[in-house]
Write a new protein. Structure first.
Length: 166
């Protein structure tokens, strides 16, 4: 009997550690085959992080994780795409300045994983440079996944509420 994946947000963990997975790859396949840009705003604890983890595995060509699923024999697994996954729970954002500094470091870490060096000093320039250099290196479109996009907003909104109430 398979374990229930309560709190599991990693597609790799879910598939490799015998958790129950309801195959949603047919919907994912249709989404990535027909669309361009998506903004998914579902309630908390509704599977957004798992979906992004699944998309990351698809675009990175992790075929072994999809055996037995709908997408397995439909996706071209020989094609690997660079993935920039930004998880706002991993980026400290207590102040705007701290956010800029930590985001630049985060983007440079992603660049290092692809053996690319970034020289830009501002956050927007760093992001643009990363996208351009990954495209130049691979000749492929870049997949950008943003998880927990509301985290900095919620944190600062709650801080403002606390300050206002004092």
């Amino acid at each position: 009997m398979k374990n229930l994946p309560i709190g599991i947000q990693s597609f790799e963990d879910l598939r490799s550690k015998n958790y129950l997975y309801v195959d949603k790859t047919e919907i994912i396949y249709r989404m990535i085959s027909t669309g361009r840009v998506y903004f998914l705003s579902r309630p908390r604890r509704f599977g957004k992080s798992l979906l992004l983890s699944t998309l990351e595995a698809i675009f990175k060509g992790r075929k072994e994780l999809f055996e037995g699923l709908y997408i397995y024999d439909k996706w071209d697994w020989s094609q690997h795409y660079p993935v920039i996954k930004i998880d706002w729970t991993l980026i400290s954002h207590a102040t705007p300045e701290e956010t800029k500094i930590n985001m630049i470091g985060y983007l440079k870490e992603i660049a290092q994983n692809y053996q690319v060096t970034l020289t830009s000093q501002s956050m927007p320039d760093c992001f643009g440079e990363l996208i351009q250099k990954l495209h130049d290196k691979t000749g492929k479109k870049i997949t950008i996944l943003v998880d927990e996009y509301d985290n900095p907003i919620t944190d600062h909104f709650l801080l403002v509420l606390v300050l206002v109430r004092r």
